[in-house]
Design a protein around this ligand. Structure first.
Ligand code: NAD
Length: 270
């Protein structure tokens, strides 16, 4: 069901890799809600070709940008503003990558040059995107920027490795830049702390299936799906949530505030 929540709004969606991606689902939802879109991903992801299918479906140009390259970002914003014929109303940052995880390095023995890259791609990229928009005055008043986080930023989930630190940094950039952008232009910046979802990035986490089924059993509503996350993103891009900023918003079926559930107790007693 669509509510036309984003009629007339224009947004950039970062991070649609394949149809399971949270960004992919969000692009479809924002399109259904009446938004005009530009899609972006790293040049290497573009070469996989999948994103062009999404571009056709949501009638959006696909513009490559490596989020750690300021020239790429500047070009992306210039081309997007040209395409829209003006400013941008919302941005989805749906980007994450851990080099140490990919190389199978344990948290206690991470490689620090990999770690810098991980923090840059997964967290400081939000700063880079906001900074580019700030310098170019690309975001309209009451614009909305959403990043995706995970509860490992606040509690220990051993196999989440260095991404826990990346998410803590992402949430901090959200608060700090959100403060300045709110003052400057009433732009709001938030993160959504999402349930586990079977995506390329999600499945890269060691023991993901156990993560997923544990969270499902620990959440009174069950795990939130990517489509449900997309709907929540659309609500945050809309004018219905104008006064929400600098927040980390849990979208996890109640997982974050549940101590234990009967399902888990019954399982422990077996
Ligand atoms: N899947 C989960 O369980 C889950 C749960 C909570 C939060 N998240 C977060 O959601 C976001 C999206 O992940 P997803 O699960 O949809 O997986 P995904 O693998 O589909 O998306 C990750 C995206 O990041 C992009 N990316 C990586 N390096 C980049 C770079 N240098 N420049 C530009 N883009 C780059 C990838 O190309 C990919 O499109 C991530 O921040 C992830 O941490 C995921």
């Amino acid at each position: 069901m669509s509510f036309n929540l984003l009629k007339g709004k224009k947004g950039i969606i970062f991070g649609a890799l394949d149809e399971r991606s949270i960004a992919w689902r969000t692009a479809l939802r924002c399109h259904d809600e009446g938004a005009q879109l530009v899609l972006s991903n790293a040049p290497v992801a573009l070469r996989m070709g999948e994103i062009n299918k999404l571009g056709e479906t949501v009638k959006a140009p696909v513009i490559g940008a490596d989020v750690v390259n300021m020239e790429d970002l500047k070009k992306l914003f210039e081309e997007s503003m040209k395409h829209f014929g003006g400013g941008i109303d919302f941005i989805l940052h749906s980007i994450g990558m851990s080099l140490n995880m990919r190389k199978g390095k344990h948290y206690t023995e991470i490689d620090y040059s990999f770690n810098q890259k991980t923090l840059d791609i997964s967290a400081m990229s939000l700063h880079r995107i906001l900074r580019t928009a700030w310098d170019m005055d690309a975001l309209n008043e009451w614009g909305s920027v959403v990043g995706l986080s995970y509860i490992a930023s606040q509690r220990v989930f051993p196999d989440y490795n260095e991404m826990a630190d990346a998410k803590a940094l992402l949430e901090s950039v959200t608060r700090s830049f959100g403060y300045y952008y709110g003052l400057k232009k009433k732009v709001r910046v938030n993160t959504i702390s999402q349930s586990p979802v079977r995506t390329m990035a999600g499945s890269g986490v060691k023991g993901f299936d156990a993560f997923f089924s544990y969270a499902e059993k620990m959440s009174p509503l069950g795990n939130a799906t990517a489509d449900e996350c997309a709907a929540y993103c659309a609500s945050l891009f809309s004018d219905l949530t104008r006064m929400v900023t600098m927040q980390n918003l849990f979208h996890d079926g109640g997982f974050s505030f549940t101590g234990i559930t009967e399902t888990i107790i019954n399982q422990m007693e077996k």
